[in-house]
Ligand binder design. Structure first.
Ligand SMILES: [Zn+2]
Ligand SMILES: [Zn+2]
Length: 280
């Protein structure tokens, strides 16, 4: 199993300027998951050699644009260009059923393409079998201004992958994510700046002390991680939490094998040159 970070950026500036991309990440195992396909998910998947027509499960944690803008095109990819009713779409209640104004992440047409739609209700667990592969997903409450947003623990291929999406810190958040091989945390900033709704590194340290995953991967990194380099802050988080923590660059692939994690870079680094130059 491997995790592929299509886009590691977060926040309003990255969303528009794309210093770090916002395409979400993939879990390539017996089934292929694409999580939170924001702007660039399609284009950067293609550039990284990640076949979007191989997606089996598309996950939208909430309907903010940086998490869902490419979900419609990836729905078309997942369903063989829209011609075959297949694949599973898992989304927050607002993403799939709509909010009080009727806004959703996807149009009625795209919502109708996959073979199955699942509304992820925090506190619930689903067990599915698709293409002969069994997987289980536990959904957890986030505290975000999209009230129905969720995080999850995915159990597949004998591994547990956790994802803490956009949220503020709250008591008990870390405990819910105990037992993960890899925990992906949307850690927008190195320190708090008075704007709520997202995690800072000090929150992630508290989460990791409670959750104790084998590896933490920071995601949804905002512009403040250019002043405080994300790799440096990841090292600090590792030291203070006792959990090995990585801040990936766009395109990084993390292999999860036999309980140990190997890092290697994305397949086509040359194509990301303009982005990686920004980090030097
Ligand atoms: Zn959000
Ligand atoms: Zn976001």
């Amino acid at each position: 199993m491997e995790l592929v970070f299509i886009g590691t950026g977060g926040g309003r500036v990255n969303l528009i300027k794309q210093f770090r991309g916002t395409g979400g990440f993939r879990i390539n195992g017996s089934l292929t998951f694409h999580i939170d396909p924001g702007p660039g998910a399609l284009v950067h998947s293609v550039k990284l050699g990640q076949d979007t027509t191989k997606i089996d499960v598309l996950v939208v944690s909430h309907y903010h644009i940086d998490h869902c803008s490419d979900s419609a095109v990836l729905c078309e990819a997942m369903t063989n260009y829209g011609f075959k009713k297949q694949g599973i779409l898992i989304g927050s209640k607002n993403s799939i059923e709509g909010d009080e104004k009727g806004d959703k992440a996807l149009s009625a047409y795209h919502l109708g393409l996959p073979a199955k739609r699942i509304t992820a209700l925090p506190g619930k667990t689903i067990e599915e079998e698709y293409k002969g592969v069994k997987f289980k997903m536990e959904f957890f409450q986030m505290k975000h201004d999209e009230k129905t947003s969720f995080g999850f623990k995915l159990h597949m291929d004998g591994k547990v992958i956790g994802y803490i999406s956009d949220t503020e810190y709250f008591e008990g958040l870390g405990k819910n994510f105990a037992g993960c091989d890899v925990l992906v945390v949307n850690n927008l900033k190195p320190m708090h700046d008075g704007i709520p709704d997202h995690l800072a590194s000090e929150d992630t340290i508290k989460i990791l002390k409670a959750a104790k995953p084998k590896l933490c991967v920071l995601n949804h990194l905002g512009m403040k991680f250019f002043r405080v380099p994300a790799e440096v802050d990841a090292q600090r988080i590792s030291e203070e939490s006792g959990v090995k923590t990585i801040a990936p660059k766009d395109g990084m692939i993390i292999s999860v094998d036999e309980g140990k994690v190997n890092e290697r870079k994305g397949k086509k680094d040359a194509e990301l040159k303009n982005l990686s130059d920004f980090y030097e």
